[in-house]
Design a protein around this ligand. Structure first.
Ligand code: FAD
Length: 336
C-alpha cells in the first residue's frame, strides 16, 4: 500500500433526527489537533436526509470540509446504506485517519467499514496522538483496564478509531470559521438492503443522559440497596443532579446499565461528581476522573477514590447523605 496517497483526518459526524451528536463535535476538536500536527485538513462526513444545513455547525467546531450525503436511504440509521455510503466516500477520497463515536451507531458502523476497507479498527480509544513517523497512536485500556495499550495501524489505511462520548473535550464553536461543503452522490446497491424500519418505538425516559449532567450523585456497593439509592435520588433531587453508579450496583440489578460510570459504562465529565461508597477501582476511575470537582464519601480512609477526590469525607454514607440532603434542601429554600 502506498501510504502517501492517503491524507487528511476524517470524522463521521453522527446525527440523529437531524441533531448532530456531541461526540461529533468532541471528535472534531481532536481531529483538528491531529490534522494540525500532520499539516493536513479535517473533513467531516455528514450523512442523513435533509441535513445539509447542519454542515455549518461542523465547520464551526473545526472541519475544513464537510462531505454531505443527503439521501432518503439515510433518513434513519440502518447498517447497510450507511456502510455503503461511507465506504464509497473513503474509497474515493482516501483519508489517512477516520474517527467515529463509540455510540450504538458508531459501534455498528465502525467494524463494517473496517472489514470492507480491509483495515484495522481500534475501539474505545481514550487517547489519540501522532507518532514521529506520522502514524496515529491509538491508546485504549487493555487487560481489564490494568494496562494502557497504544496501538498503531502501520500497514493499512485509513487508520480507524472509535472514541466514546465524553472522552475527548468539546471545544467551543467559532461561527466565523470558514469551510467548504460538498454534496456527494452515493450509488446504492439496494439489492443488499435487507432491513427496513417499519416503526420506531421510543422508550419513555424522564432521566437525563448521565454524560450530559452537570452534577452526578454516584453510588457504589457502600450505598448497598434500592433503599440506599432512594436516599441518593433524594439528594440529587435537592440539587438538580442525576444519579449514576458503579458497575457493582448494575451487576446487583439495582441500577440500569445506562447509569453505569466507567470503562464498560459511560465516561462522564460533570462539574461536580459525588462518589458515595465507591472504592475507586481503576475501571471506575477511567470513567470519571476528568470530572471538574470530585467529592468522595467512604468509610475506609484508604479507599483509592480519595486519591482522585478534591474533597474526601471518611464516614458512613447512610448517615452523612441524609444530613447533607437536609442541609442542601434548607439552603435551597433560603434561596427561594
Ligand atoms: P466496592 O469495590 O466493593 O467498594 C465499595 C466501597 O464502599 C468500599 O470502598 C467501602 O469501603 C465503601 N463502603 C462500604 N460501606 C460503606 C458505608 N456504609 N459508607 C461509606 N462507604 C462504604 N466498575 C465500574 O464502576 N465501572 C465500570 O465500567 C467497570 N468496568 C469493568 C470492566 C472490567 C473488564 C472489569 C474486570 C471490572 C470493571 N468494573 C467496573 C468493576 C470494578 O473493578 C469494581 O469491581 C467496581 O467498580 C467496584 O464497585 P464499588 O466501588 O461500588 O464496590
Amino acid at each position: 500500500m502506498d501510504k502517501t496517497q492517503y491524507k487528511d483526518v476524517y470524522v463521521f459526524a453522527e446525527q440523529r433526527e437531524g441533531v448532530i451528536q456531541n461526540v461529533a463535535f468532541e471528535l472534531l476538536g481532536k481531529a483538528r489537533e491531529l490534522a494540525d500536527r500532520l499539516n493536513q485538513k479535517v473533513v467531516a462526513i455528514l450523512a442523513g436526509s435533509g441535513i445539509k444545513e447542519k454542515a455549518k455547525e461542523l465547520i464551526a467546531y473545526g472541519a475544513d470540509f464537510v462531505l454531505c450525503v443527503d439521501a432518503p436511504e439515510l433518513k434513519q440509521y440502518i447498517t447497510e446504506p450507511y456502510a455503503q455510503a461511507v465506504t464509497q466516500i473513503i474509497r474515493e477520497r482516501k483519508p489517512s485517519i477516520l474517527l467515529i463515536g463509540a455510540t450504538t451507531i458508531g459501534r455498528d458502523l465502525g467494524p463494517r467499514l473496517s472489514a470492507r476497507l480491509e483495515t484495522g479498527l481500534t475501539a474505545d480509544c481514550t487517547g489519540l496522538d501522532i507518532s514521529e513517523e506520522g502514524d496515529l497512536l491509538m491508546t485504549r485500556p487493555a487487560f481489564g483496564g490494568n494496562l494502557m495499550a497504544t496501538i498503531i495501524c502501520k500497514e493499512h489505511r485509513p487508520q480507524m478509531s472509535t472514541v466514546r462520548p465524553g472522552v475527548m473535550r468539546m471545544g467551543t464553536a467559532n461561527e466565523k470559521r470558514e469551510g467548504t461543503v460538498e454534496d456527494i452522490t452515493v450509488h446504492f446497491d439496494t439489492s443488499k438492503f435487507k432491513v427496513r424500519i417499519l416503526e420506531v418505538v421510543k422508550e419513555q425516559r424522564n432521566l437525563i443522559d448521565i454524560t450530559e449532567a452537570k452534577v452526578l450523585v454516584s453510588g457504589g456497593r457502600g450505598v448497598g440497596n434500592t433503599e440506599g439509592f432512594r436516599m441518593l435520588e433524594d439528594m440529587a433531587g435537592a440539587i438538580g443532579a442525576e444519579v449514576s453508579s458503579s458497575r457493582a450496583m448494575v451487576d446487583a440489578g439495582i441500577m440500569t446499565h445506562d447509569r453505569q460510570v466507567g470503562q464498560t459504562g459511560k465516561t462522564v465529565r460533570p462539574n461536580l461528581y459525588f462518589a458515595m461508597g465507591i472504592s475507586g477501582a481503576i475501571q471506575h476511575l477511567a470513567g470519571m476522573e476528568e470530572s471538574d470537582y470530585i467529592i468522595a464519601i467512604n468509610k475506609d480512609k484508604y479507599a483509592p477514590i480519595f486519591q482522585v477526590a478534591d474533597l474526601g469525607i471518611v464516614g458512613d454514607v447512610r448517615k452523612i447523605v441524609p444530613l447533607l440532603t437536609e442541609k442542601l434542601k434548607n439552603e435551597r429554600n433560603k434561596v427561594k
